[in-house]
Write a protein that binds this ligand. Structure first.
Ligand code: FAD
Length: 508
């Protein structure tokens, strides 16, 4: 496995044991992990993609601008060269696609079912077996017992259940968020991951290992001697030969260029990274598709919580999930995630408020326990206005991305958000406005290739991931998905990667 694999165990180690409130009240050194060396001007300037990357997680985007540059005025992507990639900081929202979604993506539903189950057993997913959203979002087993909701979410969920018929008639169903956060210990070999301690430190600390991170799987594989891991290796391109594929990479520390050889290569460098490597290798210099879910969030006041205290005990990630269906487009499920706000700190809120900072601070303190952030993801389809292109496919590495939403897509997103706002009001959560951080901000990406049965299509792969332009090379991430459902894609990425790896092994 060739990986750049940046990590930052030192900043992780700075975080003492304790829950968020105790650390805020007692630790004189807390700024080192809560805000880092200093708050950057970009952080104060506005909502940026990845505002949720706290200091212990900032290694996730280290050196991306140098080694994986993107040129765009219409799209802000978050890429990673880290150990575990973006998954080193993901929010652990764990969703399966339904059959219609898998079909449109290009993935075989029958095969995927088995691999969803394998992934669920490997990473541990806490979710209810049955509620109003489970049929749609957790079509896999086993499930761990669901988590306790924090005070704000349990009040909102009670209100949803009281007004359930009315809210559902407006198209919105709500349930507990399925999450790869352990609600009971899970052991693999000598490695134990513990249940979540409800200390509200999930944006900073991995001490309990309750939130699944990809590095846990790698540790276990290394321990079982099932993988050879070569880090600091920036893969540039592959060159297919008669017997072997050459993989050209650069050691990012020494700057030395090196070559590895393999009978088969599985590419999984993130949709944008994989597209870049494959396009450079195949000399593709035309525009190719890119997909990214449209993302916006609705800061809401949960009226029944206004001025009421909230319990300290909580995890920091999404509490509830919503599935919104517009009757006119029943296949295009829109996905909502409900977060309560606290451990990401008030300064991030205050800078968004249209008032002087001191007044913003008072207002934020007053609203805090009732503040509910509802993130809204929409599905994304290919159009000729959502493209990426290598600037110089033969040598250079800059990738240009041009992303624009068609008028009809924009209208349907706006109409959907309006209807979601009405349904949220019905369950007592009053939206204060809508914040759109811009194209790319969902951090969910797919493109540039496509799963197809047309073996002549150079931008195509077989359903097994086998690349038409280089049959010894397989794509195992979302770089060949033709559609991006609104549900967080990562559970499906993990299931699909296992499926592709199994196909490669079968073919050897
Ligand atoms: C804050 C945050 C919250 C999120 N929350 C959720 C969520 O709740 N649910 C959800 O489904 N998704 C979520 N996501 C998205 C999720 O993290 C990504 O979908 C997922 O990590 C993508 O996995 P990937 O393996 O395809 O790519 P990546 O995570 O980008 O991993 C790419 C890997 O390839 C390596 N690599 C890249 N280029 C090269 C190269 N040239 N040479 C060598 N190695 C290379 C990198 O080092 C890295 O290890 C979130 C993301 C973030 C940042």
């Amino acid at each position: 496995m060739l990986d750049v694999g940046y990590d930052d165990p030192d900043t992780r180690a700075l975080i003492p044991a304790g829950d968020f409130l105790s650390l805020r009240r007692t630790d004189p050194e807390q700024s080192r992990y809560f805000v880092g060396g200093q708050i950057s001007p970009e952080e104060l300037a506005g909502v940026r993609v990845g505002a949720q990357l706290t200091p212990p997680r900032q290694f996730i985007t280290r050196n991306v601008d140098t080694f994986a540059p993107i040129e765009s005025s219409t799209f802000t992507a978050m890429q990673s060269l880290a150990l575990g990639g973006l998954g080193a900081g993901w929010g652990a929202g764990t969703y399966s696609y339904n059959d219609q979604e898998l079909d449109e993506v290009g993935l075989p539903a029958i095969d995927m079912a088995r691999y969803y189950d394998e992934v669920a057993a490997e990473i541990g997913v806490a979710a209810p077996g049955e509620d109003d959203t489970s049929d749609e979002v957790t079509r896999f087993r086993p499930l761990l017992p669901p988590h306790s909701l924090d005070t704000n979410a349990s009040v909102a969920f009670a209100s949803y259940n009281r007004h359930r018929d009315r809210v559902r008639s407006l198209g919105l169903s709500v349930g507990r968020a399925p999450a790869a956060i352990l609600s009971q210990p899970l052991q693999r070999g000598q490695f134990v991951r513990n249940e979540n301690p409800y200390d509200d430190m999930d944006f900073y600390s991995d001490a309990s290992r309750s939130v699944y991170r990809p590095r846990y799987t790698l540790e276990a594989l290394l321990n079982e001697s099932k993988v050879l891991y070569c880090d600091k290796a920036l893969v540039r391109r592959f060159v297919p030969g008669a017997e072997m594929v050459e993989v050209h990479y650069t050691d990012v520390e020494s700057g030395e260029d090196r070559v590895a050889h393999a009978r088969r290569v599985i590419l999984a460098a993130g949709a944008i990274g994989t597209s870049r490597i494959a396009m450079r290798s195949l000399g593709i210099d035309r525009s190719v598709p890119i997909l990214s879910n449209s993302y916006s969030y609705l800061p809401c006041i949960n009226l029944a919580m206004l001025g009421r205290p909230a319990k300290n005990r909580r995890h920091s990630l999404a509490q509830l999930t919503g599935v919104f269906v517009d009757n006119r487009r029943p296949d295009d499920k829109v996905i909502l995630s409900f977060f309560s706000y606290r451990s990401l700190l008030l300064f991030k809120l205050i800078k968004e408020m249209p008032m002087p900072p001191q007044l913003g601070l008072l207002t934020a303190r007053l609203l805090l326990s009732s503040l509910t952030i509802v993130g809204v993801h929409h599905p994304d389809r290919r159009t000729h206005r959502k493209t990426m292109r290598l600037r110089d496919a033969n040598g250079g590495s800059d990738l240009e991305i041009s992303y624009d939403v068609e008028d009809n897509e924009r209208r349907s997103i706006e109409t959907g958000i309006g209807k979601i706002g009405r349904a949220l009001r019905e369950m007592g959560c009053v939206p204060l406005g809508k914040i759109s951080p811009g194209n790319g901000s969902s951090i969910h990406y797919a493109g540039a290739f496509g799963i197809t049965t047309d073996r002549a299509d150079i931008l195509g792969t077989a359903p097994s991931g086998q690349l038409n332009g280089a049959p010894s090379v397989y794509i195992a991430d979302s770089a060949n998905w033709r559609y991006l459902p609104a549900k967080g894609l990562t559970m499906s990425l993990m299931a699909n990667a296992r499926r592709v790896a199994a196909a490669v092994c079968d073919g050897l």
